[in-house]
Design a protein around this ligand. Structure first.
Ligand SMILES: [Zn+2]
Length: 326
């Protein structure tokens, strides 16, 4: 059972007052010029940081929720536009990413300390979105066995075989991953059928996911199971971003399917046996959609449309529509 493996009631905070983008100095560790190793002008390096809004005089007002109840959360992140507005929308709903994405700066004396405790830079959000997009895209191609698209990513060279990620303006997981070679780099090249791109792509995907799971770990811990009154061993996400990567890892091993909710547009897991009739991510969305159809039927009826037409427009039957417009 999946729930035995992963702590699905893992909770994460969302600040009640939301988030804002604030220009902050880049942390000291990042202020050394990469190429020369020399310190650069501190004030010149500023970047937008996502910070929780703390209303004056208020204690940090967080509301906890269970991220893993959103069965397709990793796909929602992969679909998030890597813009300040897109990231703000995601964070307002699901909170910060946490883990190593959260900056650990020491605040200047005048600053509200919350800005530093939980601030996350725009560039790290962009990388995380891009890397999730890369992994989900690669998984979709692997599952579809899309040789044409995969041959853009998997390169067979005379002496080695490598994965080259799609071009991106943001940081991808890896620049160039050698999957197999004639020497000690990667697997022995003889393990692969020359020209095959599908199995090498799966290997690249596993490498990416493992790399991200190392970066954002979900350590196995012993927990008390209140149902059975016994200790159990589960993977416990250390942050929201780790919860999303472990969710993807589980989706890959269990070959899960996803669809977008017809009401809110967010991704959710569709169980194989419910493939056809699962349109909504939750009962709340199903009910909202139902109410909206009812309202639309009433409006069309008031505008003079006949019941048969309304029924066909809404994909319903005349009897049902008659009940709605009464
Ligand atoms: Zn929905």
């Amino acid at each position: 059972m999946a729930s035995q493996l992963l702590k699905t009631d893992f909770e994460w905070p969302v600040p009640r007052a939301g988030f804002a983008w604030v220009d902050l100095p880049v942390p000291a560790a990042a202020k050394q010029s990469r190429s020369t190793g020399q310190a650069v002008n501190l004030e010149s390096l500023r970047e937008p940081y996502l910070v929780p809004i703390v209303p004056p005089g208020a204690l940090a007002g967080d509301q906890n929720y269970r991220p893993l109840d959103r069965t397709g959360l990793f796909r929602i992140l992969a679909d998030t536009p890597a813009t300040q507005e897109g990231i703000l929308e995601f964070a307002k709903e699901f909170g910060r990413l946490g883990g190593s994405v959260t900056a650990s700066n020491s605040p200047p004396p005048s600053a509200n300390p919350h800005f530093w405790w939980h601030s996350e830079s725009l560039s790290s959000w962009r990388s995380e979105i891009e890397q999730m997009k890369e992994a989900v895209g690669l998984w979709d191609l692997c599952r579809a066995g899309d040789r044409k698209a995969l041959s853009d990513l998997i390169h067979w060279e005379p002496h080695f075989l490598c994965y080259v990620p799609p071009k991106s303006q943001f940081r991808t997981t890896v620049q160039n991953l050698v999957i197999a070679s004639e020497d000690s780099l990667g697997d022995p090249i003889g393990d692969y059928d020359r020209g095959d791109v599908v199995i090498p792509a799966w290997k690249a995907l596993l490498w990416i996911v493992n790399c991200k799971l190392n970066q954002h770990p979900a350590p196995r811990q012993l927990l008390w199971d209140r149902r059975t009154l016994r200790p159990i061993s589960q993977l416990v996400p250390s942050s929201l971003i780790s919860a999303m990567w472990i969710q993807l890892a589980q989706a890959i091993t269990e070959n899960k399917n996803y669809d977008q909710c017809h009401q809110c547009g967010l991704w959710f897991e569709v169980a194989a046996e419910k493939r056809k009739d699962a349109k909504f991510c939750s009962n709340a969305c199903r009910f909202k959609a139902y109410r909206e159809r009812q309202k639309l039927a009433k409006r069309l009826h008031a505008e003079g449309m006949v019941l048969v037409q309304i029924a066909s427009k809404l994909g319903s039957d005349v009897e049902t529509v008659k009940g709605w417009v009464k």
